[in-house]
Design a protein around this ligand. Sequence first.
Ligand code: XMP
Length: 477
Amino acid sequence: MHIPLALTYDDVLIVPRRSSFSSRDEATTKTRLSRHINLNVPIVSANMDSVTGSDMAIAMARLGGIGILHRFNSIEENVEEVKRVKRAQNLIVSDPYTVDPTSTVSQAKEFASETGVSGLLVANGDNKLRGVLSRRDFLFATDMNQRVEEIMTPREKLIVGNAYTTFEEAKKIFAEFKVEKLPLVDDENHIVGLITSDDIKHIINYPLSNRDSEGRLIVGACVGVHGDYLERAQELVKAGVDVLVIDIAHGHSDLMFNAVAKLREVVPEVDLIAGNIATARAAEELCEAGVDAVKVGVGPGSICITRIVTGCGMPQLTAVMEAANVAKRYGVPVIADGGIKKSGDMVKALGAGADSIMLGSMLAGTEESPGVIMNKGDKKFKISRGSASFTQANDRRKINQEKKKNMSEVVPEGVESIVPFKGDVGSIIHQMVGGLKSGMSYTNSHTIAELQKNVEFVRISGAGLQESGVHDVTAIT
Ligand code: XMP
């Protein structure tokens, strides 16, 4: 039997080429996540419950990537997470939250915190604008039993726009009148929309943010292939999700093909990403089945023990190369999922043919990941756990109310771990993008497509790998 060699990121280096770059900023990191979704930065946060909730998804989309919300919750909770991302940033809020003038300040405050907004428009049941309850009104309110109409800024004192107010006009109004919210009304004073100064600030502060046609941040969510997956997919799409990831451990399976066909019927309007796979054959069959991207990686993840438990998998560089070779022929983007430890691994993954990469544990220790910060001695940590870990299986049992499931029958293919707390995700993405652009300049590649054309890998030895890292000194950072 011939046994071919398969390689991963640490087995290779990219050979530098003559470069015409004078600055690494000449490189653009624009890419495609799937057939119809573009990204400014080729980084996707993993659909793990220790990585991507709505906070992470909001941050990732603002930074130019995208977050894929995990599915280890009820459909209602999952839908709320999508709505939170979609509400986080708009050009125009077409259906702003309102509060009744006769509500108490305490009721309005609770509603504002539930919906995650800083201020509220005040309207009667007829949706006519009566006033605005701003962040400042909340801040200086002393009596929580007062009625909203007693402390709001009333309609006659408000600056308003109309359905035709442009972004530029709104910017001028915010600058001149120092207001935070610009309600948009029709001739009869009905509320038709809202522009907020926060939205304008976000658009200026996050020039790379990925937004949908309404100016809202883009977000993905994932579904499985069993149980409530069709209903979940439909509800997520109704809530505005931009892309669905069908995520199962072994994506080259009849279960996957069946799910792709059914999802295409019930949610034809969204891109479907299918994974995880590790071979050219799997990529080919999924492309033939009409998916909009494939996710590659069987066992490379930091918390994965699939290869140990099952003996199956494929070193990630080879898996990405093989899948990408085929997917390119179909015009289907590839996501390299798992095993990325440093920005150099990302450059190798993209050079090998991936269009984007998915990060799990690298992002699990950030402020935006779900879960609490733990202290151990003077160090801070967060949890990163595999989606097929024991505790995850136990939590899933509770969510699905599978009372009868015997936990001693569970065979985990992932572990629970702690990762150092790393602060905000923006600084990690900044380092990753800086490393990528630098790698692109070493190969004289102005685009990711050029990187894929220019890349030349060499295999390295154990000594070469050792030489690549810090050695013979004691690093102090
Ligand atoms: P990194 O290395 O970025 O990998 O932490 C994240 C990816 O790992 C996969 N994943 C798992 N794989 N058992 C596995 O074999 C698991 O329990 C598990 N949980 C996550 C997943 O593809 C993720 O994006």
